[in-house]
Write a protein that binds this ligand. Structure first.
Ligand code: WTA
Length: 659
């Protein structure tokens, strides 16, 4: 079980949390689901899990060929959903709305520098078709992998939908990842094309996406034949005429019609790389129909989406949240969604609230880390803006501490907006455990109850369900669900090992520990593996360690998480150098160099907050690094662990920064 002190502290504060917040009457009266209709949904899911999902799939998706088979478990843990059906995701997100919603705004965009754009469904559909035709014109076809490395501009979504239109499998790489990370992902996927931009605006600076792409391609990525470059910043970049094409040149002579490629339900829609406990990120592979179905139903159940909503999910398209709740979910239900390119603090920490006011945002979905960071700036910023249009708030990515929840509830939501704390993962594709806002009370810090059709439970080491309230255990999902990951790209064994081996193929292992309270509400306690959650982003400690030891001066490294008021977890690295340990353990130049190095290797989000040098790392007799000890040391707490097995006790002083 996770024993990290972040987690312990969280649990301590959360254990005392028993406030209950029922939705306001004003919300209940207009909600899609109320208590009664939610109970009915739950009942029908319980009665017949497969028929429940089958009828939703018939109602919510538009099929080119209807399916007759719902779930195929013969080859478990490889499950197939609706597998003899055929459809196209871009058709479902765009074409099917055109009759009624052609002139409705699909995307409202605001750049960091204040530029805005609005695109109707008809316009997005046309752009997607033209770009899809462009992709075809350079030979990209069904099943090819295409890497998207873009800023948060409408073209990122257009590129994703264009891939979906022609059956190409996209792999979006977060624009904050380094050239090195981009290269790894391109190579693992065997991608044939990169879609990028000259740059993007973030934090008042230009993110050099094209330069990073050039760097990635300079030493590897042999499968890449084309690079498509969107002009966003207009600043000078290097251009390789043989390999690079401007986006605007590619689409210039393309027609506005592009017949969708009808693909099987199980056709991979995308890969998305995420960190695990070992060094290499895993390419989570998602399906077409199942994935889309859960995005659609959660837009309705959890976000209570309505025709006149302005829906804003602040996640970058480089994360799963940006896939399901920026690119696919909102468009599949015909909603108006907002996309913002930049940082929340430019030009000042009121930016998010100003955007909410200016664009009349009604549903706002963000990460606890952003809430905490903005909360720290005081109430003045949000008070300057008119937030009365907001009717629903959401959070995702990490546990939200009750204090931040209360601030969100009172200062942003003015006590009238329910908060949906949504637990889910890259692997699950869509929300799994979350409040249904008009149908149940919420508790600060709890993601409440599994959604209809989602069979989540907490089990002990042996896989028996824990029924004692507040006793922690492994969070598992006991029945397959449509948007579950299908495998890990190129490493099916790892798929089986990571998610299914612990409970012998019976349950999906989420990798989180959790408990349920007296009301059955779920409280997420933290990861059970060596994965950190830094500002809501998953980072494997091994990944950061490998980056550190790749530096010529580093012999060994161990990375642990340390509680951080804003980021949730900060990154603490213990390093053994190849040469002598710096005098007194201090070498600011080297520390700076190593932090920059990790930034280069992975991306700025992985940069260690603190680095401490020691002659050795503490290890058990069998040679395992004593991570729990390091975590205690990182938090500065008293050491209670047995350290008698340490060969060189002097290193304790060094690790503690006392020598
Ligand atoms: C954590 C993000 C507590 C959890 C959608 C999970 C959460 C990991 C919550 C997945 C939440 C996500 N409360 N913890 N509401 N949502 N997590 O793949 O540890 O980036 O396993 O997906 O984030 O992170 P991922």
């Amino acid at each position: 079980m996770a024993t990290e002190s972040t987690v312990t502290k969280n649990i301590e504060s959360i254990l005392q949390e028993n406030r209950l917040f029922p939705p306001a009457d004003g919300f209940i009266n207009q909600a899609r689901l109320n208590k009664g209709s939610l109970d009915q949904l739950r009942q029908s899911a319980q009665q017949d899990h497969e028929s429940f999902w089958a009828s939703l799939a018939r109602e919510e998706l538009t099929w080119q060929k209807e399916f007759t088979q719902t779930l195929d478990s013969r080859n478990a843990p490889h499950f197939r959903w609706f597998y003899d059906g055929a459809l196209n995701v871009s058709y479902n997100c765009l074409d099917r709305h055109l009759g009624k919603l052609g002139n409705k705004t699909a995307i409202v965009f605001e750049g960091e520098q204040g530029d805005t754009r609005r695109l109707t469904y008809a316009e997005v559909q046309r752009e997607v078709c033209k770009f899809a035709n462009g992709l075809k014109s350079i030979g990209i076809k069904n099943g090819d992998r295409v890497v998207i490395y873009m800023p948060m501009v409408p073209e990122a979504v257009i590129a994703m939908l264009a891939c979906a239109r022609i059956g190409a499998i996209h792999s979006v790489v977060f624009g904050g990842f380094s050239a090195e990370s981009l290269k790894d992902r391109i190579e693992d996927a065997g991608a044939v094309c990169v879609i990028t931009a000259d740059g993007g605006h973030r934090g008042g600076k230009i993110v050099e996406l094209k330069a990073a792409t050039d760097k990635a391609l300079a030493h590897g990525c042999a499968t890449i034949k084309n690079v498509i470059v969107l002009r966003r910043t207009g600043h000078d970049i290097k251009f390789d005429r043989g390999r690079d094409t401007w986006w605007h040149d590619l689409v210039e002579n393309q027609g506005p019609d592009c017949q969708p490629e009808w693909v099987d339900s199980e056709h991979p829609l995308f890969l998305l790389y995420t960190s695990g406990s070992t060094g290499k990120p895993k390419g989570i592979q998602h399906s077409t129909a199942g994935y889309l179905l859960n995005s659609v139903v959660t837009m309705k159940w959890v976000f209570d989406i309505k025709d006149n909503d302005i829906f804003w999910c602040t996640a970058d398209v480089g994360w799963i949240t940006g896939h399901s709740y920026v690119a696919y979910g909102p468009l599949a239900v015909g909603a108006t969604m907002l996309m913002y390119e930049g940082a929340p603090v430019v030009p000042d920490p009121g930016r998010f609230w100003k955007i909410c006011q200016d664009h009349k945002v009604t549903i706002f979905y963000t990460a606890p880390t952003a809430i905490r960071a903005l909360m720290k700036q005081g109430d003045d910023y949000p008070r300057r803006y008119d937030l009365t249009k907001l009717r629903l708030l959401g959070t995702v990515g990490e546990p939200i501490n009750p204090e931040a929840w209360m601030w969100y509830h009172t200062v942003i939501g003015k006590e009238k907006c329910p908060i949906v704390d949504t637990w889910w993962q890259t692997e699950t594709g869509a929300h799994m455990i979350s409040p249904i806002p008009g149908a149940m009370p919420t508790k600060p810090g709890s993601c409440t109850l599994p959604l209809p059709g989602i069979d989540a439970a907490i089990v002990d080491e042996k896989g028996n369900e824990i029924t004692t309230p507040n006793q922690g255990g492994y969070l598992v999902i006991r029945k397959p669900w449509p948007s579950m990951l299908r495998t890990i790209w190129g490493d099916d064994q790892r798929y089986k090992d990571t998610y299914w081996s612990k409970f012998k193929g019976k349950y999906y292992l989420a990798g989180d520990s959790a408990r349920r309270d007296e009301d059955g509400y779920f409280w997420i306690m933290g990861r059970i593996d060596d994965v950190l959650n830094v500002s809501g982003h998953r980072l494997g400690t091994m990944e950061i360690e490998s980056a550190l030891v790749a530096h010529p001066k580093v012999a060994e490294a161990a990375v642990v998480g340390k509680p951080d008021e804003i980021k949730g977890e900060g990154i603490f690295a213990f390093v053994v150098l190849r040469g002598a340990r710096p005098e007194g353990g201090i070498d600011e130049t080297l520390t700076k160099e190593l932090r920059a190095w990790v930034s280069e290797q992975i991306g700025p989000i992985a940069r260690p907050d603190e680095i401490r040098y020691a002659d050795n790392l503490p290890k058990t007799r069998s040679g395992k690094i004593m991570r729990r000890l390091l975590r205690t040391i990182a938090t500065g707490e008293a050491i209670t662990q047995d350290t008698s097995t340490l060969e060189n006790e002097a290193i304790l002083q060094q690790l503690q920064g006392k020598a």
